[in-house]
Ligand binder design. Structure first.
Ligand code: B12
Ligand SMILES: *[C@@H]1O[C@H](CO)[C@@H](O)[C@H](O)[C@H]1NC(C)=O
Ligand SMILES: *[C@@H]1O[C@H](CO)[C@@H](O)[C@H](O)[C@H]1NC(C)=O
Ligand SMILES: *[C@@H]1O[C@H](CO)[C@@H](O)[C@H](O)[C@H]1NC(C)=O
Ligand SMILES: *[C@@H]1O[C@H](CO)[C@@H](O)[C@H](O)[C@H]1NC(C)=O
Ligand SMILES: *[C@@H]1O[C@H](CO)[C@@H](O)[C@H](O)[C@H]1NC(C)=O
Ligand SMILES: *[C@@H]1O[C@H](CO)[C@@H](O)[C@H](O)[C@H]1NC(C)=O
Ligand SMILES: *[C@@H]1O[C@H](CO)[C@@H](O)[C@H](O)[C@H]1NC(C)=O
Length: 441
């Protein structure tokens, strides 16, 4: 269905869509769909179930609990046992570790707990209790000070976007100055920012626009949101439904869902990005967690308006077996591929560049190439990884470590094209040239 904003001719169709898809949402979530446009941009029931299955499996994982997964499960109306257990572990971790987390992590915990109908001001577990909102405000202030002094935040603009969203939807603290600073950043350097960053920053502006009483702030937010959302619509047209890349498209959809009045009367065909994401069969829990909210018509800004009445109807048990058996296509057994691997530093300290050719079984992920190279020469191709919610991140090669303070990292390329995945999921092809280049972001 073509999504027509403010076009009178489609009013009847629209009303029909409202009635039907509101019914669908109510059936799915057991609660209202306030704050989102109730038209049909939702993913098929099968794909929704598959995605929920991946998130539930990830929720049962014993590793560090992932607040993005809990947030997505809540926004999609899940009430499985896995979700309940994840919530308990999120509370525990928040109570114990919030003070040592990055601002963006605290923001995600805040949104995850708020969407679970818990009060982020009083998170108690095992006799410990923390006020997440005061911690968040403090960490956000540090980010904003850093941003004003150095032109960059301590962590990422993506994180500061999450910070401002969490402060705004909980109605706590100073979301207005955060939103103003983010708007100015977007105005100044929109073309340099990734779609992911723009989406998270702009979502915060939508929330702030609705709450602020200052006309000049409203004007700034209005102009910025018109600019960003039109930019996304242009990208969707160029990218056949994809806005940025496949991993940013769901986040961009969240903004387009929330910011409709800022690009009206321009139409948005929301079925295009839904189809593009569905066709991708996302596997990584983190990728699914970021994509699913928009695919059920929700945004992170809905975290505070979910139905908190006791025990909504439970969703049917997920077919985890379909998730588990749905593997990726089997690779040709026994055959090897050759990958040319180069590491380069022309940024810090003694400059270097080394190349090698390694043989790995066809279908191996890039991490296996790095391990083979390391085996061939430990001094030259040594490397270290850290585990993150996106998988292993390469934090050091040849003894040269990435640094958040210096804003350096190891960037990966296929030839001259930057990879869109990490070493734990990217699968190089035969004869490919992989380059790891020490870079500044
Ligand atoms: C900021 C950012 C970075 C920064 C992170 C450091 C910093 N302090 O800002 C830098 C520039 C280092 C970075 C690097 C890369 N990134 Co990046 N990054 C992001 C971004 C925009 C926001 C992350 C964030 O702040 N999250 C909020 C905080 C609160 O959550 P967090 O869990 O603490 O975030 C940490 C992890 O996300 C981690 N991280 C960031 N990117 C990546 C990528 C991979 C593969 C891994 C394992 C971890 C990781 O660093 C964050 C800060 O510590 C996301 C966008 C998104 N949609 O999530 C992309 C994103 C996560 N990155 C992505 C990619 C592809 C990369 C690179 C592989 C790019 C490349 N060609 O080299 C490299 C990693 C290479 C390596 N060494 O292993 C993809 C991952 C897709 C996927 N399916 O795996 C995303 C989703 C962007 C996209 N739409 O394509 N990234
Ligand atoms: C919306 O789309 C989904 C998935 O394509 C479909 O199952 C559902 O029937 C549609 N609902 C309406 C109201 O069109
Ligand atoms: C605007 O904010 C108010 C609270 O100040 C909230 O009740 C309302 O739902 C919000 N409206 C939208 C469209 O987000
Ligand atoms: C944004 O500003 C324009 C121009 O001043 C105005 O016409 C429009 O109504 C504003 N939009 C919103 C959502 O306030
Ligand atoms: C790898 O490729 C680079 C650049 O094309 C080349 O200089 C180098 O000799 C190659 N290394 C090996 C081991 O083939
Ligand atoms: C494939 O490569 C591995 C090293 O990754 C090596 O041990 C093995 O002998 C190779 N097999 C063939 C058939 O070349
Ligand atoms: C590793 O490479 C360096 C430089 O090319 C070389 O001097 C050294 O002998 C190599 N070590 C091994 C174990 O191959
Ligand atoms: C790497 O780049 C080459 C050349 O652009 C391309 O043909 C190949 O598909 C890329 N590899 C992967 C795994 O995407």
């Amino acid at each position: 269905m073509q999504r027509q904003r403010g076009t009178a001719g489609t009013e009847v169709l629209r009303m029909l869509g409202v009635a039907l898809s509101t019914a669908v949402l109510l059936a799915l979530a057991g609660c209202g769909a306030e704050g989102t446009d109730p038209q049909n941009c939702t993913v098929s029931a099968e794909e929704r179930a598959r995605m929920l299955g991946i998130l539930q499996l990830s929720a049962m994982d014993s590793g560090t609990p992932n607040p993005s997964v809990l947030l997505a499960l809540n926004l999609a109306g899940d009430s499985s046992k896995a979700r309940q257990e994840l919530l308990e572990r999120i509370k525990e971790t928040a109570a114990k570790q919030a003070k040592d987390m990055s601002s963006g992590q605290v923001a995600l915990y805040t949104l995850a707990l708020r969407s679970s109908c818990c009060d982020p001001r009083d998170v108690a577990a095992h006799g410990q209790s923390v006020d997440l909102l005061s911690i968040l405000q403090e960490k956000t202030d540090q980010e904003l000070t850093h941003l004003e002094q150095n032109g960059t935040p301590k962590s990422s603009l993506f994180s500061v976007g999450l910070d401002a969203q969490a402060l705004c939807v909980t109605g706590a603290g100073d979301y207005e100055s955060a939103a103003t600073i983010l708007a100015k950043q977007l105005q100044r350097s929109q073309d340099k920012l990734s779609v992911d960053e723009q989406a998270m920053m702009a979502l915060a502006l939508v929330c702030a626009y609705n709450r602020t009483e200052h006309k000049d702030v409203q004007d700034l937010l209005n102009r910025t949101l018109t600019m960003v959302s039109n930019g996304f619509l242009d990208k969707q047209a160029e990218g056949n439904g994809i806005i940025g890349n496949i991993y940013s498209t769901g986040l961009a959809m969240q903004l387009l869902l929330a910011a409709g009045k800022f690009y009206a009367p321009r139409p948005w065909d929301c079925t295009q990005p839904v189809a593009a994401i569905t066709a991708q069969h996302l596997q990584q829990p983190m990728a699914v967690a970021q994509a699913l909210p928009a695919l059920v018509g929700r945004t992170y800004l809905d975290s505070a308006s979910l139905d908190c009445s006791p025990e909504a109807p439970t969703t049917a048990g997920m077919q985890l077996d379909t998730v588990l058996t749905k593997g990726t296509t089997p690779e040709q057994a026994g055959s090897n591929i050759t990958v040319n691997y180069t590491i380069t530093n022309e940024v810090r300290g003694k400059h270097f560049s080394y190349s090698t050719e390694v043989e790995v079984p066809a279908g191996s992920v890039l991490l296996v190439v790095l391990e083979e190279a390391q085996k061939s020469n430990k001094t030259i191709f040594s490397f270290k990884t850290e585990s993150t919610f996106w998988g292993p991140m390469v934090v050091s090669i040849h003894g040269l470590a990435a640094s958040e303070n210096d804003r350096t990292f190891w960037q990966f390329f296929n030839g001259s094209v930057p990879l869109q995945e990490g070493v734990g999921t990217y699968k190089p092809q035969d004869g490919e040239h992989i380059r790891a280049v020490f870079s500044i972001y």
